[in-house]
Design a protein around this ligand. Structure first.
Ligand code: PPS
Length: 285
C-alpha cells in the first residue's frame, strides 16, 4: 500500500481512508454539541488512551464499570467512522468525545456551544518515538521506513493528522480559554493524582481524595497495561496491535534512546523556529 492509497488530505492534514470518509466528515461537520459535552483533544500518541480511561472514571465518580466498553465506544473519535453505530445523539449527558483534529477544524456547533475541552500534549520527540514504533506494528498503517526519513515527514507535518506544531499551537491559541484545559503527558507522569484532581476540578466534579487516589492508581501505566478494560485507537481486528504492544513503554524521554544526536539537533532547530511565538511553558522545556 502507498501513502496515496492510505491517506487523503482533509483541510490540510492527512487522514486515513479506512476511518475517515466523506460521510463521516460530513457528519462531523454537522455535529450538534451540547454545552456539557466533554472533549479530549490530542495529537496522536500524546496520551489519548490514557485520558480515555481517566475522564470516564472521573465522570462516573470512580466507578470502574464505565470502562467495560472499549475506548472507541466510550469516548469515540468524532471525526471517525465508529461513531455511526453508537447513537451519539441519544447518549445521556455528559457525552465524552475524542478528537485528533486541530482547533480550527472543529465544526461550527463547537464554536457556538463551547463544550469543555481537555487538551493533552506531549513532548514531540516522544510523540515521534511512540508513533515510529506504533506505525511499524499497526497493520492498517504504512511502515514508517527509515527513521531519518520518517523524522523529516514528522517535522514537515506529512504524517497522519498533520503537523504536531500546528496542532499544539491551534489548541493553545484557542479563543474560548475558559472552556479549555491544557495538560501534558509529562505532568501526568510526574503526579497523576494531582493531574486527576485538576481534571476533576476543571470538570466541576467534586471527588473525595480516596476516589482521586483510586483513579490515579488504576490509571498508572503498569495497572492500565494489565487491567481488563480494552482499547485501541481502532478496533483490534483492524490494527493488529495487541494491548501490550500499544502500551509500549509509557515513559518520558524515550526519545533519547531513539534519536541520534544529529536528529535531536535537527528536531530542536525546527522546534525552536516553529514555537518561537508560543508563550506557554511546557513541562518538557
Ligand atoms: S493514539 O494511537 O493516538 O490513541 O495513542 P495515544 O493513546 O495518544 O498514545 C499512546 C502512548 O501513550 C502511552 N500510554 C501511557 N503512558 C503512561 N501511562 C499510561 N497509563 C498510559 N497509557 C497509554 C502508550 O504507552 C503510548 O506511549 P509509548 O511511548 O509508545 O509507550
Amino acid at each position: 500500500m502507498t501513502e496515496a492509497e492510505l491517506f487523503f488530505m482533509y483541510k490540510g492534514t492527512y487522514v486515513l481512508h479506512g476511518t475517515h470518509t466523506p460521510e463521516t466528515l460530513k457528519y462531523f461537520e454537522e455535529f450538534s454539541f451540547r454545552p456539557d459535552d466533554i472533549i479530549i483533544a490530542t495529537y496522536p500518541k500524546s496520551g489519548t488512551t490514557w485520558s480515555q480511561e481517566i475522564v470516564p472514571l472521573i465522570v462516573s465518580g470512580g466507578d470502574p464499570t464505565c470502562l467495560q466498553s472499549p475506548n472507541w465506544e466510550r469516548v469515540p473519535w468524532l471525526e471517525e467512522c465508529q461513531k455511526f453505530s453508537l447513537n451519539l445523539e441519544e447518549r445521556p449527558s455528559p457525552r465524552l468525545f475524542t478528537t485528533h483534529v486541530q482547533y480550527n477544524m472543529m465544526p461550527p456547533s463547537f464554536f457556538q456551544v463551547k463544550p469543555r475541552v481537555i487538551n493533552v500534549m506531549r513532548n514531540p520527540k516522544d510523540v515521534f518515538t511512540s508513533a515510529f514504533h506504533y506505525f511499524e506494528k499497526a497493520s492498517y498503517h504504512l511502515n514508517p521506513g527509515p527513521q531519518n526519513e520518517f523524522l523529516h515527514k514528522f517535522l514537515d507535518g506529512k504524517v497522519l493528522h498533520g503537523s504536531w506544531f500546528d496542532h499544539v499551537k491551534s489548541w493553545l491559541n484557542a479563543e474560548d480559554k475558559e472552556h479549555m484545559m491544557h495538560i501534558s503527558y509529562e505532568e501526568m507522569i510526574m503526579d497523576l493524582k494531582d493531574s486527576v484532581s485538576r481534571i476533576a476540578q476543571f470538570l466541576e466534579i467534586p471527588l473525595d481524595d480516596e476516589v482521586i487516589k483510586n483513579i490515579a492508581d488504576r490509571c498508572l501505566f503498569k495497572n492500565m497495561r494489565t487491567n481488563s478494560s480494552n482499547f485501541s485507537m481502532v478496533p483490534p481486528e483492524m490494527n493488529g496491535v495487541s494491548k501490550s504492544e500499544f502500551m509500549r513503554k509509557g515513559i518520558t524521554g524515550d526519545w533519547k534512546n531513539q534519536l541520534t544526536v544529529a536528529e535531536a539537533e535537527c528536531f530542536d532547530a525546527v522546534y525552536k523556529d516553529q514555537m518561537k511565538d508560543v508563550k506557554y511553558k511546557f513541562a518538557w522545556d
